[in-house]
Design a protein around this ligand. Sequence first.
Ligand SMILES: C[S@@+](CC[C@H](N)C(=O)[O-])C[C@H]1O[C@@H](n2cnc3c(N)ncnc32)[C@H](O)[C@@H]1O
Length: 201
Amino acid sequence: MFYTLSKQSSDKWFTSDAWFNKLYPSHIQTLAHRHWTPLNIAKMAAGFLAADDNVSILDIGSGVGKFCLSAAYFKPGAVYYGVEQRKNLVQYANNAASQLGLENVNFIHGNFTQLSFKNFDHFYFYNSFYENLVDTDKIDDSIDYSGELYHYYARFLYRQLSNTVSGTRLCTFHSMEDEIPRSFCEVGGALNGLLKFWMKL
Ligand SMILES: C[S@@+](CC[C@H](N)C(=O)[O-])C[C@H]1O[C@@H](n2cnc3c(N)ncnc32)[C@H](O)[C@@H]1O
């Protein structure tokens, strides 16, 4: 009974991106169009990544948690983790998780290079390193950016993904595919290739 009431009260946040973005302060809302996964994309991505129950899914660069939180709502049988380098964004993600009453979501403050991918089954990646390559549309000026950092992170992620086990699922959104090893086979997608589903052979 408690679950039903709690779920109903959180349903409204998932009716549109405009509603969901109201979970955050206005300066975070204005970044949504460029930086946070839209709800329909999160729903499709979660459908692929959380095909089985009880799997652990990592969002590499989780921002304010929009992918993890919406995936946790649409596919609640999995546990979602987000790693994010900006501490203030992790705080916004945790605040939103509390407001939504979602318990199958965890946010980690840090660089993804500090994590062992062995702790996770499947992965979501929304072109997180791209900020290093462009001069406009950055989230903020709190970190250093460089082309070298882009290539370092892309290579690091490539090696981590190379070491995953057969059957590992990866979903990319707007990826330039520098981070995807040849051992990952494209098995589906949507939006003319902006969203891609991959499976480790
Ligand atoms: C395009 S946003 C995507 C946010 C979230 N995944 C979503 O879909 O809503 C990319 C995020 O990755 C984070 N990021 C970039 N490089 C990172 C790194 N090396 N370690 C952890 N987070 C990183 C950025 O701070 C930014 O918040």
